[in-house]
Design a protein around this ligand. Structure first.
Ligand SMILES: Cc1cc2nc3c(=O)[nH]c(=O)nc-3n(C[C@H](O)[C@H](O)[C@H](O)COP(=O)(O)O)c2cc1C
Length: 450
């Protein structure tokens, strides 16, 4: 059972309002020492990686402005994680880093170099969380009149990935850097070639700007859960991040994605699923429940609806709290909206949505003593078929420290934590249990270059 920590370089990630909790230190989110300290805690606690979310815009859907996001610190202010990661890698040995980067707003040629650089500097301890993004505010500030429609973003993303694979896998040979002082040759030019990519959205004829890192292509994480998003995951993902409070519902998604992987000629069990979860643990059940009650005093309803608006593009401001949330066509995150509007067991009101999101965002929250928490993780895993968890913390970093103190020993007793090799390995090796490079059955290897 692997564990990634799910976090973001912001005051509020998934649990609004809790930055005001007396134990919260997240007002230090703009200090490097906060994040190096957290990374070291996670490494000691047995986490495989720190998975960092990122968005290229402000959440300005709720109330039609940035005010609520600013007031509540809702994924704002937001630091640049790509700048942060090398410092975190220098403070740790084994921990991997999930790096979210948007294919809708980055350029493949430069992004490939940035990931190769990060792969070198971290000794192969990075993953790329490939996102297509979902905010109008991002589109407006990055040169577009509006968002590219949802499914078209994924079509364009397919070509973006094609360019990345060509740059990562096919442009520079492993033996290209010779650094031969006798002959005066640093890079053998015969071992470097232009990729001659001329497509619908991208034209990249030239050579990759740097030499391959330990993983060549970073470990590929994918988190889109719409029908088109799942197809993209099957075509590219090596690890898939899912969110669902109900493990039986998730079981359908996991099973259908594994079936689609097999159909596409990929080993369905080579791809790892991680489910988001928030954990509130206490020494005893009573203490854990008391903590939950304590947390509830700090929830921020407006900030919760600001998160909802950001994810879904749907503005619930000014509505009666008892009004039902109806389904609409959105060009934002379709799977995030569907959780509330396509639930056969319940019609969600505005109040229900705000209450649900307030602690733990769209995922499940597990509350209990260490034995109860691990029992529930085991049950969730058995029902859903996921391979591990992306753990989000309500009070930061206290809930991660409590994980180390309470959950790690219980996981250890049951032999549930992956064994850590003495010598650090790449993230692809530690998360997938595979080699450092893309598997032979990955579609990237089927590309014809030139
Ligand atoms: C679990 C999960 C995590 C995501 N994390 C991010 C993120 O950090 N940044 C981002 O721009 N999009 C993120 N997304 C958005 C998707 O990757 C995708 O760009 C968009 O929401 C459309 O997704 P859909 O296929 O589920 O409709 C996330 C989506 C999910 C389901």
């Amino acid at each position: 059972m692997h564990f990634n920590a799910f976090d973001m370089l912001v005051p509020v990630h998934q649990t609004p309002g809790l930055w005001r909790h007396p134990e919260s230190q997240i007002d230090r989110f703009d200090q490097l020492e906060y994040w190096t300290g957290l990374s070291q805690t996670l490494e000691r606690a047995g986490f495989t990686s720190l998975f960092l979310a990122d968005i290229p815009g402000i959440y300005d859907v709720y109330g039609g402005s940035h005010h609520a996001a600013a007031r509540g610190g809702v994924q704002y202010p937001l630091l640049d994680l790509q700048v942060m990661v090398p410092a975190l890698a220098a403070a740790t040995e084994h921990l991997g880093f999930g790096i979210t980067a948007s294919v809708t707003y980055e350029q493949p040629y430069l992004l490939a170099r940035r990931f190769a650089t990060l792969d070198h500097l971290t000794k192969g301890r990075i993953a790329w969380n490939i996102v297509t993004s979902y905010q109008d505010s991002a589109a407006r500030n990055l040169g577009l009149a509006g968002q590219i429609p949802h499914d078209e973003r994924y079509d364009r993303a397919d070509e973006f990935l094609e360019v990345m694979y060509k740059l990562f896998e096919h442009s520079v040979d492993d033996q290209a850097v010779v650094a031969d002082r006798e002959t005066g040759v640093f890079v053998d030019p015969e071992r470097v070639r232009g990729i001659e990519h001329h497509g619908k959205w991208f034209s990249v004829p030239g050579e990759m700007l740097t030499h391959p890192g330990p993983q060549r292509t970073p470990l590929l994480f994918q988190a889109g859960s719409s029908a088109r998003g799942q197809k993209f995951a099957v075509d590219h993902g090596e690890a898939i991040f899912v969110i669902n409070a109900k493990p039986d519902k998730l079981a359908d998604q996991v099973a259908s994605t594994r079936a689609a992987l097999a159909e596409a000629g990929r080993d369905p069990y080579s791809v790892k699923f991680s489910a988001m979860v928030t954990i509130i643990v206490g020494e005893t059940e009573q203490e854990a429940q008391a903590r939950l009650q304590g947390y509830r005093q700090y929830v921020d309803t407006e900030a919760a609806l600001t998160l909802f608006g950001g994810w879904t593009g749907v503005d619930l401001s000014g509505l009666d709290e008892d009004a039902y949330v109806a389904d609409v066509q959105t060009e934002a995150n379709q799977s995030a909206l569907a959780i509330f509007t396509k639930d056969p067991s319940k019609k969600w009101t505005v109040r229900d949505v705000a209450e649900f999101i307030s602690i733990g965002g769209r995922g499940p929250t597990i509350v209990g003593d260490p034995v109860q928490v691990v029992d529930e993780l085991v049950r969730y895993q058995e029902i859903s078929g996921v391979d591990g968890f992306n753990v989000s913390a309500a009070v930061r970093p206290a809930d991660f420290e409590r994980f180390e103190h309470y959950i790690t020993p219980e996981l250890g007793r049951r032999g549930l934590l992956p064994e850590r090799p003495q010598t650090p390995v790449t993230l692809r090796e530690s998360l997938l249990g595979a080699g450092p490079r893309l598997a032979a059955d990955h579609p990237a290897h089927r590309l014809v270059v030139g």
